[in-house]
Design a binder for this molecule. Structure first.
Ligand code: DC
Length: 228
């Protein structure tokens, strides 16, 4: 049976994962967080003392890496790296930088491509990332590019970290967002950019509920028009 795919791309902190998760729940689809895969490879490089920009070193590690995605009782995606659940550890700030750096490497992108496509063949998915609409699922029925001003994204991320009881400094979070924006958009391999047929939603002026309404409106209109 043909499955349905929704691609949500955009920069760090635009609200992709929160909104995609909400939409997946509403529509009975599976939410796939592809950033978690890049983060897991970043974590593995970090643990093995390989520099985040050492492409040869990271490439040498790839044959040792096995990754699985599974879902717990609450429908939350867990990532299993070589048999170990690393879902929480990959959220550390140093892993964010590593993930952004290793994601610029073509062998890393190649390594993860099929795994992402396989998910979309097996399930109805809402997949979030940077290149889902452009590279991973170019024929996705719905493509949304979610964005917001960097300061607003940093503020949201900061509030999220504080709410989760993690120590954080706003200036540092903003620096991290700016670093990843430049890195993710300027790389040669599958850079962050809207697919030509994506609908861009700038969530800067909106709170969560309003952003969700906009996203859902777009998805429902596309699905109603017969998009897969
Ligand atoms: O979405 P995230 O912040 O968890 O992603 C971590 C890094 O992974 C991000 O800086 C860029 C990279 N990434 C990517 O290059 N392509 C994707 N589809 C998803 C993430």
């Amino acid at each position: 049976m043909e499955t349905r795919s929704i691609a949500i791309d955009g920069p760090s902190g635009a609200g992709k994962s929160t909104l995609a998760k909400m939409a997946a729940k509403r529509l009975g689809m599976i939410y796939v967080d592809t950033g978690a895969l890049y983060r897991s490879i970043g974590l593995y490089a970090l643990r093995n003392g390989v520099g985040s920009k050492d492409e040869r070193g990271v490439e040498r590690l790839l044959p040792e890496i096995t990754l699985e995605m599974c879902y717990d009782g609450a429908g939350t995606q867990r990532v299993i790296l070589r048999g170990e659940d690393v879902t929480d550890e990959i959220r550390a700030p140093e892993v964010s930088i590593y993930a952004s750096d290793v994601s610029a490497m073509p062998p890393v992108r190649e390594f993860l491509l099929q795994m992402q496509r396989d998910m979309a063949v097996r399930y109805d998915v809402i997949m979030d990332g940077r290149d889902i609409g452009t590279v991973v699922l170019p024929s996705a029925g719905v493509k949304i590019f979610l964005t917001a001003d960097p300061e607003i994204r940093a503020r949201r991320r900061f509030d999220e970290m504080v709410a989760a009881g993690r120590s954080a400094e706003y200036e540092e979070v903003l620096r991290d967002i700016n670093y990843r924006d430049v890195n993710d958009s300027s790389r040669a391999a599958a850079p962050l950019k809207p697919s030509e047929d994506a609908i861009t939603v700038d969530t800067s002026p909106f709170g969560l509920d309003e952003s969700f309404e906009k996203v859902l409106e777009i998805i429902e209109a596309r699905l109603k028009s017969g998009a897969k």
